[in-house]
Design a binder for this molecule. Structure first.
Ligand code: G1P
Length: 289
């Protein structure tokens, strides 16, 4: 596998964050001082990928504005010696960001299918913007390393508590092929806890071959009446070996308010300019409890 393109589905409605997401995309909600999707773009860049396709939809224009130049603002900042946009400008010099719109939201599988023409018969990475990682090696980089070594598609997994397993795509695996790497035997989207084949939930990062598009075309609506990427991956597993990699690092599910708050705090604690203040405040509020 050779990955030089990444796809980020960002057409979801963000209903769990209403009313915050009534007039802005959930991918633009800030984690400290960067929108969530900015961290995803940084992860793509850290993996040496320069072609990023974002699958958007109605009401998502702020994402395009974020990854675009803002000449007047840049000029003003330059005049006043304010460097706050320079890191983003450098990122944009390295990344080329493309967009395709998913007219009707018919599920994650359908969003990925919208990328077919852009991917043009190449291997590619998928990053779900609801999953943010704090890790030494980028989460996607950990997958790409295994996908290259084994020349096979790879999905990221973590062990999740049984009570939460019904929120995930779940893999059935054979024994480890190397530390943290398992051959996937089967996959099921959002099973009832008693039907889950394991406690390995799929967590927002995939390295996929272009054949996935043919499987997606044959995939009927599944869990929640949506076209599920998991169902197309199940078919892919039957056709060729697919592997699951347990990601080393901390994962934050920012698709729900408590997860976003947890990410806010953890990311702020990694910031030298904020860590002390956050620690003091946390001690203050927890003492008062
Ligand atoms: C999606 C995928 C699911 C995966 C989850 C977390 O579900 O369909 O397989 O486990 O993301 O990455 P969603 O949370 O969008 O319902």
């Amino acid at each position: 596998m050779r990955v030089s393109k990444a796809v980020v589905p960002a057409a979801g409605l963000g209903t769990r964050f209403l009313p915050a997401t009534k007039a802005q995309p959930k991918e633009m909600l800030p984690v400290v001082d960067r929108p969530a999707i900015h961290y995803i773009a940084e992860e793509v860049d850290q993996c040496g990928i320069s072609d990023l396709l974002i699958v958007t939809g109605r009401g998502k224009r702020a994402i395009e504005d974020h990854f675009d130049r803002a000449i007047e603002l840049e000029r003003l900042l330059e005049e006043t010696g304010n460097p706050r946009l320079s890191e983003l400008q450098q990122l944009l010099d390295r990344l080329q960001v493309f967009y395709v719109r998913q007219g009707t939201p018919r599920g994650l599988g359908h969003a990925i299918a919208c990328a077919e023409r852009h991917i043009d018969n190449e291997d590619f990475a998928v990053l779900l913007p609801d999953d943010l990682y704090l890790s030494d090696e980028p989460a996607l980089g950990q997958l790409i390393r295994v996908a290259e070594e084994l020349d096979a598609p790879v999905v990221a997994v973590v062990e999740v508590p049984k009570a939460d397993i019904g929120r995930y795509g779940v893999v059935a695996v054979r024994e480890q092929v190397s530390p943290g790497v398992y051959r996937v035997l089967d996959m099921v989207e959002k099973p009832a806890p008693e039907d889950a084949p394991s406690q390995f939930g799929v967590v927002g990062r995939y390295v996929l071959p272009p054949e996935i598009f043919a499987h997606l075309k044959r995939t009927a609506p599944g869990a929640g009446g949506e076209i599920q990427l998991t169902d197309a991956l199940k078919a892919l597993c039957e056709a060729r070996p697919v592997y699951a990699v347990t990601v080393v690092g901390e994962r934050y599910d920012i698709g729900e308010p408590l997860g976003l708050l947890r990410a806010q705090i953890s990311f702020a604690l990694r910031r030298p300019d904020l860590a002390d203040g956050v620690r003091e405040f946390l001690a203050e509020v927890t003492n008062g409890l």
